[in-house]
Write a protein that binds this ligand. Structure first.
Ligand code: ADP
Ligand code: MG
Length: 288
C-alpha cells in the first residue's frame, strides 16, 4: 500500500536518509532505530513537511507528492515535538486543528468531544494545555492526529515522557486503533512495540537495515545470544570487551548477557534471543 523507493535526504554532504527502501501494508509497523537514525526525517517526508533530495513515496502505486493534499488528508500525524499552544484549552486546540484539516463546522465540535473522550480527556477538556502532564499532552497529540479519520497514523516517539503505566495505556490505545488504520510507530524503545508490532523496520544511518516480523528478526539471532555468570574479577573486563552486553540478574546472581557471533567466554551458554538482542546486535556500538 505504501512504498518508500530509494528515498534520500541530504543536508550538504550528510545523508539523513540514504536510498531507504521499504513496503508497508496494514497493521502496526515499528520504525525502530537509535537517535539520529533518520526516523523523523522519513516521517517528515511522508507527511509532506520536507521534500526528499531524491527518490519517492508511493501510495497504492501513486506518487505522494503528486497526490498532494489528497494524500495528506489521509494521514494523521503526531509529531515528536508537538508545539501546542500552552494557553489553548484542549478543546480549543482540537477546534483549531479541525479547522486546519477542514473538518466541516457542523460536525466539528462533536468530533472534537468524541476524540477527547476516546483518549480520556473529557474532564480536562476546558483546561489549559500548560497545566497538562506529559501523558495528557501525548493523549491530546493522539486525539488531534485522529481528527481526519486517517488511513495512515504516524506516531513519532509517542511515548517520550510517559511513565510505565501511561506507556501501557498508550500501547493499548494504539493496538485498538490499528484495527482500522495503518500505524507507523517510530521509537528507539524496544518494549514500546515488542508486543504490538506486526513488522519491525530497523533503520540506521538513514538506511533500511532489516524488515520483518518479530519472530523472523529474532530467529536470525539464534546462536548469538549468550549469558555467563562471571567471577567477580572478570565482570568489568567482559563488559569492556563486549560492547553488545548488558547486566542481567539470574537466580539472585549477576550475569552478563552478551550478543556475539561466537562464544565469548568458556562458561557462556546460549539463550533464547528476544527483540532487544536484535537491537543490541544491530545498533550496539551506538548505544554504549
Ligand atoms: P531520528 O528521528 O531517528 O532521531 P532524525 O531524522 O531526526 O533522526 O535525524 C537524522 C539525522 O539527520 C541526524 O543526524 C540529524 O542531526 C540530521 N538532521 C535532521 N534534520 C536536519 C537538518 N535540518 N539539518 C541538518 N541535519 C539534520
Ligand atoms: Mg526523531
Amino acid at each position: 500500500m505504501l512504498s518508500f523507493k530509494e528515498l534520500t535526504k541530504q543536508y550538504g554532504d550528510f545523508y539523513a536518509l540514504d536510498h531507504f527502501q521499504s513496503e508497508l501494508g496494514s497493521g502496526i509497523y515499528a520504525l525502530l532505530g537509535p537517535n539520529g537514525a533518520g526516523k523523523s526525517t522519513l516521517m517528515n517526508i511522508l507527511v509532506g513537511l520536507t521534500a526528499p533530495t531524491s527518490g519517492e513515496i508511493r501510495f497504492h502505486g501513486q506518487n505522494t507528492e503528486k497526490l498532494g493534499e489528497e494524500f495528506r488528508a489521509r494521514i494523521g500525524y503526531m509529531p515528536q515535538y508537538p508545539g501546542f499552544y500552552p494557553d489553548f484549552t484542549a478543546m480549543e486546540l482540537m477546534r483549531y486543528m479541525a479547522d486546519m484539516k477542514c473538518i466541516p463546522r457542523k460536525t466539528r465540535d462533536q468530533r472534537c468531544r468524541e476524540l477527547l473522550d476516546a483518549v480520556n480527556l473529557t474532564e480536562q477538556r476546558d483546561r489549559k494545555i500548560r497545566t497538562f502532564s506529559g501523558g495528557m499532552r501525548q493523549r491530546l497529540g493522539l486525539a488531534q492526529a485522529l481528527l481526519n479519520d486517517p488511513e495512515i497514523l504516524v506516531l513519532d516517539e509517542p511515548t517520550a515522557g510517559l511513565d510505565p503505566k501511561e506507556r501501557v495505556r498508550f500501547r493499548n490505545m494504539v493496538r485498538r486503533l490499528s484495527e482500522q488504520m495503518t500505524v507507523i510507530f517510530c521509537t528507539h524503545i524496544v518494549s514500546d512495540i515488542e508486543t504490538i508490532a506486526k513488522e519491525v523496520i530497523l533503520i540506521h544511518h538513514g538506511k533500511l537495515i532489516q524488515q520483518g516480523t518479530i519472530p523472523e528478526l529474532v530467529a536470525g539471532m539464534q546462536g548469538k545470544v549468550w549469558e555467563v555468570e562471571p567471577e567477580p574479577n572478570e565482570l568489568e573486563a567482559l563488559l569492556d570487551q563486549y560492547s553488545r552486553s548488558s547486566l542481567v540478574s539470574r537466580n539472585m546472581q549477576t550475569a552478563i548477557r552478551i550478543v556475539h557471533d561466537t562464544q565469548p567466554h568458556p562458561k557462556a551458554h546460549l539463550c533464547e534471543p528476544v527483540l532487544e538482542d536484535v537491537y543490541l546486535y544491530r545498533f550496539g556500538d551506538d548505544t554504549v
